[in-house]
Design a protein around this ligand. Structure first.
Ligand SMILES: [Mg+2]
Length: 285
């Protein structure tokens, strides 16, 4: 009892905790690059004030280390990276920083696609799908086969129908077809544990905030696709107040009914994030 009381006393209450999808939110959806760094500068300002920033993505940690972290480190200072949590690979891998700003990568092996399945798929892609796809060697727990850069979406789509059938055979042969699922998107085909996803990322984020004794009054989740909605849905389910900030194409979300409020920005993608954060800063000052 006394321990719990102590924890409460040390709790740091903050107004907002920001949780971001990455593709199409912090990077441009087409080029997969940061094209407007102003959004990251606004994130860095929050890090400097010791406010947490959480990224929740299907991307590998390597992508985040290359595209996002250098800018945050430059703007906020290395020692402030301790306020960042990156949940990568849909919850399978976590990247966090110590007080000196040194990164630590933690793999959750309970969600790992078996090594032999990785090897089989790598071989399969090399033999049959090399003209449209490549095996993503940066993934540690999940498995991704992505469209080659500047590939033809239609050609990829046709090949994807075939690789899905091949994946089903691979999973059945490995006797893991109940634990692992195939997740096709317009540019990739993933094999992942059935329990990973944006909701798992949110639960990992809450655990991390708890360890830091940070208690946000409100959670703001940012996404550009309906596949990001489970972030806000999980928070609502757990009784955490929050809003979902939608920065994607409006038609994607029109008519979608949710148990939490959705804010639609006028600008899209990186610019939508910038717009919302500027208005948030304005309302706080
Ligand atoms: Mg996205």
């Amino acid at each position: 009892m006394s321990e719990r009381k102590n924890a409460k006393e040390h709790e740091r209450v903050i107004d907002h905790c920001l949780i971001f999808d990455v593709d199409g939110v912090l990077t441009d959806p087409q080029t997969k690059e940061v094209t407007d760094p102003a959004g990251l500068t606004l994130l860095a300002e929050r890090l400097r004030k010791d406010e947490p920033i959480i990224l929740n993505t299907g991307r590998a940690v390597d992508f985040i280390l290359e595209k996002i972290m250098p800018k945050l480190s430059d703007d906020a200072g290395k020692d402030k990276l301790k306020n960042v949590l990156v949940v990568a690979e849909k919850g399978g891998v976590v990247l966090l920083y110590n007080d000196q700003g040194e990164p630590q990568i933690v793999e959750d092996k309970s969600y790992s696609v078996p090594e032999e399945v990785h090897a089989q798929v790598k071989e399969l892609v090399a033999q049959k799908y090399g003209d449209t796809m490549f095996y993503d060697a940066t993934k540690r727990t999940m498995l991704s086969v992505e469209m080659i850069d500047n590939g033809d979406l239609e050609k990829f789509g046709k090949a994807q129908e075939r690789i899905i059938e091949d994946f089903k055979v691979t999973l059945t042969r490995a006797k893991i077809e109940k634990e692992f699922v195939i997740d096709p998107t317009i540019i990739a085909t993933d094999i992942q544990h059935r329990d990973v996803g944006k909701a798992l990322g949110v639960r990992k984020a809450l655990r991390w905030l708890g360890q830091q004794n940070v208690a946000p009054k409100e959670f703001l989740t940012f996404g550009d696709s309906t596949s990001d909605l489970p972030m806000a849905a999980e928070l609502a389910k757990l009784g955490k107040p929050g809003k979902f900030i939608f920065v994607g194409e409006p038609q994607k979300i029109s008519g979608v009914e949710t148990e939490f409020p959705i804010v639609q920005t006028s600008d899209r993608f990186e610019q939508g994030v910038k717009e919302f954060l500027q208005s948030l800063n304005h309302s706080q000052s």
